[in-house]
Each structure stands twice: as C-alpha cells, then as structure tokens.
Design a protein around this ligand. Sequence first.
Ligand SMILES: [Mn+2]
Length: 284
Amino acid sequence: MEKNPRAHEHKLVAWLDTVKTDAEAIFMVGDMFDFWYEYQTVVPKGYVRFLGKMAELVDSGIEIHFFTGNHDIWTFGYLENEVGITVHRQAQTMTLGSKRFFITHGDEVSCDNNFRRKIFHSPFFQRLFQLVPPRIGQNFGFAWSKRNREKLNPDDTKYKGEQNEPLIIFAKKYFENYPDVDFAVFGHRHIQLDLQVQNQKRVVMLGDFVKLFSYGVFDGENFWLENFELNRVNIQIHPKRLEFRVGEQMICELAKNLFCLLCRSVKFDFQQNVLYVHILNARN
Ligand SMILES: [Mn+2]
C-alpha cells in the first residue's frame, strides 16, 4: 500500500490517464472511498484529483459506472449530477460485447452483520444521519472504517478455497439459475482470482487498488486481470505535489476495486437483478 495517501491518489489518477486512451467504459466495483457520506449541500473534503479525473473522462465520452460498496453507500446525487458518472446501488447483469456479466461489490453475499447492513441501507436512517453535524458524522465514519480494517485478521484476506469462499458458492448457484451469464465479477474480497467453474463460466475477484493494484480488462471477447505499476508508465509527479495536508485517513483506502473495460464496440444492456432471492439460496 502506498504510505502517502496523496501518492496513492496520484497512482489511481495515473492509472485513469493510461486507460483513458482506449477505454470505452470503466467500472468501479465498490469501496472507492474509505467512507463517503454526502450531505444535501455539502460533500466530503478530499479526493479532488480523483473526482476531477473522473469528470474529465466522462466529459470526453467514457462511461464510468460506480457500484456502491459497503464503505461508500451514502451518495445521494453528487457523483451523478456533478461528476457525471452512473451509480449502481444493486448488482447488475449486462451484456458487454459477446459476453454476459454479473457484477456486484459482493458484501451483500458475505456480510456477517445483516442488521447493520439494513440500517446502513435504510433511507430512513440515512436521512436521520443528515441531522448529525459533519464534524461528528465524518469522524464516526472514519473511525468505523478504521476499526473495520484493524479487526481484519491477516488470514481473512487469504483465499479459502473454492468450497469455502461465499462469493464462489454464490456465483456457482447463480450460474445454475442464469445459464446465459459468462462472468461473475466481484470486488470486496481483496483477492485477485480468475477461477473457471462449470461450463466455461468464470468467477473473477478483482483484487484491489490498495496493495495489489489489480484490475480487469475486457476487449469485447476476452477478459483478463492485470496489475498496474507506476514505473511502467512515464508519469512524473513533482515531489511538492505529493505533500499531503488533508486528514490522512480520508483517502488512505481510496479505490479498492476496479474493472476497466477496453472495447470500442460494446453494447450495453443493463438489467436490475433479483439478487437477494439467490443470496438466500446460496446460503442454504
Ligand atoms: Mn467492501
């Protein structure tokens, strides 16, 4: 992980600069922000280069699809209206090129606290939180996010095998119910995995942009994972620009999961998914 959050943000922006030349669309599969809660007329401090770069790409005609994760649920129009990206709050199945994709962050499948998840997603509680002054609300959010990270056992981020990974169990069940889907793509798990299961279908975990700097590329026919190295591209950042003056916690976990689509002839066909029914199936 980049120790300096500003350097981390620059690396993400540098990646966006390298893919903007041939990306038709970019999918960000959740938890792009460590904690994002947007008030009616006030948005969180920080992230300005990242938000600006997304706006630049959108203005140039690249579609950016942003799936909410479990850390950045609370966006209420700013990202759509100001930055111009498309926000997905639920899993999507879509046809891209010649393939059919199921894409979701994945916390809804492997969540260990459904009660908390219900509260976090409840419009009533989301509105109630608007009454909490930002100074308290933001500090609460960052502290929650930090505690989550600290609670994480190093073994939790290790691959537990095909039989024990909830997302793989879920995906296999999903493929049975939706045989036309070719790829199930997830974030959340921080593992870089491309696993072929039954009938040539593949479960892909995108890894992250914190330690692995991994992302997926789809050219309309083939899908593969890559890792981004800053020194591979000739982008120089002046040391002065790496000085960081905002609260360090604000962007230290910026950009966890990315899925970049690099194809110029892809037709989009979005459909809302009946995900929750099948989560129950997967658990049984
Ligand atoms: Mn997550």
